[in-house]
Design a binder for this molecule. Structure first.
Ligand code: FES
Length: 98
């Protein structure tokens, strides 16, 4: 089980921790990883001067924005599972221009 913990302290909350959790959850659901990844919140990780702070299996990450966090999460989980979870093009971008 991979554990992902997002800081929900006040500084990270202001920077977007709530949206980060929602986007992480959306990603895990979309990829069918709920049984393989546990998503949790935590109190202040004492790194308030950095970005939105979170951990994956105890390894600390600081993301400057939510999009960056999702990108890093995708990469880290791909590595941990040995599975390519690269971003797929949306249906809209796959449409042919006529
Ligand atoms: S509030 Fe997140 S590290 Fe302090």
């Amino acid at each position: 089980m991979i554990t992902v913990t997002v800081c929900v302290g006040s500084s990270c909350h202001v920077k977007g921790a709530r949206e980060m959790i929602a986007r992480f959850n959306e990603f895990l659901t979309k990829e069918g990883l709920q049984g393989k990844v546990e998503l949790k919140g935590s109190f202040c990780m004492e790194r308030c001067g950095e970005g939105i702070n979170w951990e994956i299996n105890g390894e600390i990450e600081s993301s400057p924005c939510v999009d960056d966090g999702v990108k890093i999460l995708r990469k880290k989980i791909s590595e941990a599972l040995g599975k390519n979870l690269t971003r797929r093009p949306s249906k809209k971008s796959r449409r042919r221009k006529t």
